[in-house]
Every structure is written in C-alpha cells, then in structure tokens.
Design a protein around this ligand. Sequence first.
Ligand SMILES: [Zn+2]
Ligand SMILES: [Zn+2]
Length: 131
Amino acid sequence: MRITNQREIILEELRRLKTHPTADELYEVVKKRLPRISIATVYRNLERLSEAGIIHKLEYGGRQKRFDGDVRPHSHVFCVRCGRISDVDTVEGLSVRAMVLDPKGFEIIEGSLQFEGICPECQKGNSLTTN
Ligand SMILES: [Zn+2]
Ligand SMILES: [Zn+2]
C-alpha cells in the first residue's frame, strides 16, 4: 500500500495557487484530494514547511497568516480592507538592497517590498471576505 505523502500534496496545492491562501483556504483545496485530512494537519505541515524555508509565511497588518509557495524574492501588495495579497512586479534591475541607506552593520543578502492598498473587489465595495 502506498502511503500518501500529505506534506507533498499540501506543498503542491500551495504552489499551484497564486492567491497566498490562509491555512483554512488551503485546507478546503487539499481536502478535495485528501478527504480525511484535518485542519490541524494542514496547519502543522505549513508551519514545518515555513520553518524549513520551503514556503513563506506572510503576516501583514495583524491579519490571518497567509502562505506563499513561491520563495523567490518578490514583492507583495496587501489589501488593508480584506487582507488579500497579490504579487507585484517591481522595476527590473532595481535592487531593493541598493535602497538601504544604513544597513546597521548587517550584510544585506536579499530584500522585498510590501505595499498596502485596496484590492479591486474592495474598491467595488463587494468583498465577501470577512477576516
Ligand atoms: Zn480587499
Ligand atoms: Zn507572493
């Protein structure tokens, strides 16, 4: 009997989604493939994967944690109303590192920017998201 690798499926689904889902949103997707998986298992695996640096945990504006399967350095825009997060492209060739005036003794390796805004759904005034 083949043992289903829950973590692999969680990772696969997270990487497929471009929405930076919360654990609950990802659970709804993973459940379709693993009907008996629990929300606790999804949480635990997401924590382990982010500790290992395989995925990123995003916490903006004190909102519910969201997860990103894309660990390449990239910037995000965060909706201050509903918490939705999108990737944003920034000017190519412009290193975020070069923007730091005083690195406080750190050797800066990488960087990314966070933008805050109001997403298209919230601008229309019909966001259904409650968190
Ligand atoms: Zn929004
Ligand atoms: Zn992202």
